[in-house]
Each structure stands twice: as structure tokens, then as C-alpha cells.
Design a protein around this ligand. Structure first.
Ligand code: AMP
Length: 395
């Protein structure tokens, strides 16, 4: 892996693919700057060594040039966070852009206009990628959130740099965290897969079975398993088409020596709302008009034991409808257990979608070993796919 620590950036001009696809309000103020903060370490590293940075990114999904999605709107925020002055260039390819970037002094930063103003970006156009490659003399990819896309700036342009293409610090951390679970995980390795549906997690579950010792299945997925085992699930979310698959999966796990933990009790509700009446119920005995919305107390106690004896923990997907305060206890309690296990030496990775949102919302951000910044990219990694943006740097 060509990482930044092994490179010398003195007098070099790095084209850095960052992920500045940040949310903004209607006055174009950045409402969550996590992604800009996440790129700071890479940019600081290059500047400190006497290099300069040409930052390229997409913002939103523009159809052609759209002033509302201009990266000029966020340049002040980028300056604030980086603590250096950042110039903006109103295009991202072409002779003028090449001239402006060629004149950059060591230690300076230029932010280029939104890559997706050109449809060639998402099309992975070779000529466009070559144009981007002319903005610097080396390429650093730090956009993990886009690494699963074979776009011009995330993948295709890497081929124009021979050896001069590097993993940014964030990309390096993401890849190493995934590796730490999927390849180098200290045993016992535990995967906790929650969320709404079995159908959207099939490839992840299949891939994980070869890497883990224990599997906790939670969230809405539980009821497809419960139904498959002959239980009554009432109005709970349940994918009847996947019942056979659920049983097959339990067989596969058994054959591979993976211990599977399904809930024994759940919190049921008489309506899909925060204010619904609720009670504890055995998982396969849910009355007709009720539905399961969270993990029950006996289940959480059992999960605590499993989490505490694990040395490597992957968490993807909430244990219940955590968006409703009254049904968030399972997800919060699980977060507490993972935090506790992490504090006594386990490696914990939280990744992919809603579990990341939950961890942030409930204040566990600093208590996990690593929280992934990439939704889709993380999910594809867990499915065992090699991300095109990462392979392109390894070639
Ligand atoms: P996913 O994107 O597949 O990880 O699913 C996350 C969503 O699953 C969240 O919005 C949760 O509210 C939802 N979820 C978790 N448990 C349940 C449940 N028992 N019934 C319905 N939805 C659930």
C-alpha cells in the first residue's frame, strides 16, 4: 500500500480527491462538516512537508452546472477547518485550470469546482480523467465514501500516475479497520447485523460467515427468522420470501462453526409509533395486532455476555427502531456494551448506514475503535467486494 507516511511531498503538487459532499442549508451554510474535518489530516501532512494541494470533489448530484452546488459555497468553511487560505478555481479541467494549478506555491491549497458539473465524471470518462491528472504531479485519494464508484476522479485517473498515487490518511484508516475485522481479526470475532431487512444484508451475512465466530442478528430481520422457525410475528416487518433462506443460513452458520444469537424476547408495540403501548414478549409469540420494534431485556443481557467476550466486533445496523425514543433502548444498550468491551481491549468497527447515525446520536463516537465514514463503500467492503478506487491505487 502506498501510504503518505512513506512519501516526500517537498515541492510536489498533489491532486487530492476528497469527499466534500457535505450537507448545506438553503443559505449554503455547511450543516455537517465531518467530511471536511476528516480530510484535514491528509492535507496538513502534504502542506507540512512543503507540498501543495489541489482539492477535487463532488457535491450533490447536479445535472450540468448548478450554482447551488458550486464548491465555491463551501470554500470559507474549508478555510476555517484547514486553518490556511484556500483559493477557489471555477472549473476542474482544461488549460486555464492547468495553468492556475501549475502556479501554486508550496504550502498552498486550491479547491476546484464540482467534478459532477461534467457528466464525464460519473461516466468514468478516460479523457476527462486524463485532464484531471494534469492538475498535479501526484494523486492522493482520500475519498473513501466514493471508493466504490469507478468514476473518473475516484478510479480512472489513477492510471495516469504510475507509482505516484497514494492512499490518503482517511482511506488508509478505513482500509486498515476493515482489514482488522475481515482478515486479521483477533478471535473471537463477532458480527452484529441489525437493520430492517434480511434481503438487503444477504451478501454481507454470506461473506461474514467465513470470517467470524459469532453472529448476532437483530432489528427487523429477526422476524423473518422467527417466522421461518414457526413463530408468530404479528404485524412485525417480515420477508416471507426469505424464510427458507433464513433457515438455510442458520444451517450454513452451524456447518461453519459460527454461533448465531437471535433474540429470545423483544419489545412489542400496538402501533408503529413512538407513543404506542409497549410490552415485553417472547419472540415467536407476538399477538396478531402487535409488532416487534426493539430487543427485550433478557436478549440484551445475553448480548452483553457475547459482546464482552469478543475481541473483534463489527456492528452494522440498529437493534430496533432507534428513531423512536421509546424503542431505542436496545440499540443504546448494545452501544454501551460495545463501548465497554472496547475499553478493555476489543477492536470495534461500526460501519454502514444507520448504526453510524445511532452511534453519533447516542454519544458513542469516541468510545468505538473506528467509525466508518463511508456508507455504500463500507457495505460493499463487508460484502467482500474489492472497491475500484482502492484497486486503482494498488496497480
Ligand atoms: P438498515 O438500513 O437496513 O440498517 O435499516 C435501518 C432501519 O431499520 C432503521 O431505520 C430502523 O428503524 C429499522 N428497524 C430496526 N428494527 C426494526 C424493526 N423491528 N421493525 C422495523 N424497522 C426496524
Amino acid at each position: 500500500m502506498r501510504i503518505l507516511a512513506n512519501q516526500d511531498f517537498l515541492n510536489r503538487r498533489a491532486v487530492v480527491r476528497v469527499d466534500f459532499n457535505v450537507p448545506t442549508d438553503d443559505k449554503f451554510n455547511v450543516t455537517d462538516s465531518t467530511r471536511i474535518v476528516a480530510a484535514k489530516e491528509t492535507i496538513d501532512h502534504i502542506l507540512k512537508q512543503g507540498g501543495s494541494c489541489v482539492l477535487i470533489s463532488h457535491l450533490g448530484r447536479p445535472e450540468g452546472k448548478d450554482p447551488k452546488l458550486s464548491l465555491m459555497n463551501i470554500v470559507n468553511k474549508v478555510e476555517d477547518i484547514l486553518g490556511v487560505s484556500v483559493s477557489f478555481f471555477p472549473d476542474c479541467v482544461g488549460a486555464e485550470a492547468e495553468k492556475a494549478t501549475a502556479e501554486l506555491d508550496p504550502g498552498s491549497v486550491m479547491l476546484m469546482e464540482n467534478l459532477r458539473f461534467y457528466k464525464e465524471e460519473t461516466a468514468g470518462d478516460l479523457a476527462f480523467a486524463e485532464g484531471l491528472s494534469k492538475l498535479g504531479d501526484c494523486y492522493v485519494n482520500d475519498a473513501f465514501g466514493s471508493a466504490h464508484r469507478a468514476h473518473a476522479s475516484t478510479t480512472i485517473m489513477a492510471q495516469f500516475f504510475n507509482e505516484d498515487k497514494f492512499f490518503g490518511k482517511l482511506l488508509e484508516k478505513e482500509v486498515k479497520a476493515i482489514e482488522k475485522v475481515m482478515e486479521l481479526g483477533e478471535k473471537p470475532v463477532l458480527a452484529i447485523l441489525g437493520g430492517a431487512k434480511v434481503s438487503s444484508k444477504i451478501t454481507i451475512i454470506e461473506n461474514m460467515l467465513d470470517k467470524i465466530d459469532q453472529l448476532i442478528i437483530g432489528g427487523g430481520m429477526v422476524y423473518t427468522f422467527a417466522k421461518a422457525q414457526g413463530g408468530k410475528v404479528g404485524q412485525s416487518i417480515c420477508e416471507e420470501d426469505y424464510c427458507d433462506y433464513a433457515l438455510e443460513l442458520l444451517e450454513k452458520a452451524k456447518a461453519k462453526g459460527v454461533e448465531v444469537y437471535l433474540p429470545t424476547d423483544v419489545i412489542i408495540a400496538d402501533d408503529f409509533s413512538n407513543d404506542a403501548n409497549q410490552k415485553v414478549c417472547k419472540v415467536g409469540e407476538i399477538p396478531d395486532d402487535w409488532e416487534g420494534l426493539d430487543a427485550g431485556p433478557e436478549t440484551l443481557k445475553k448480548y452483553e455476555d457475547v459482546v464482552m467476550r469478543s475481541k473483534t466486533i463489527l456492528w452494522n445496523g440498529p437493534l430496533g427502531v432507534f428513531e423512536f425514543e421509546n424503542f431505542s433502548k436496545g440499540t443504546i444498550t448494545l452501544g454501551e456494551h460495545i463501548a465497554k468491551s472496547t475499553s478493555v481491549g476489543a477492536f470495534s468497527l461500526v460501519g454502514g448506514g444507520d448504526s453510524v447515525a445511532a452511534v453519533k446520536q447516542f454519544g458513542f463516537e469516541d468510545k468505538m475503535s473506528y467509525i466508518s465514514t463511508g456508507g455504500g463503500a463500507m457495505l460493499e467492503s463487508l460484502e467482500g467486494k474489492t472497491l475500484p478506487g482502492i484497486s486503482a491505487l494498488l496497480e
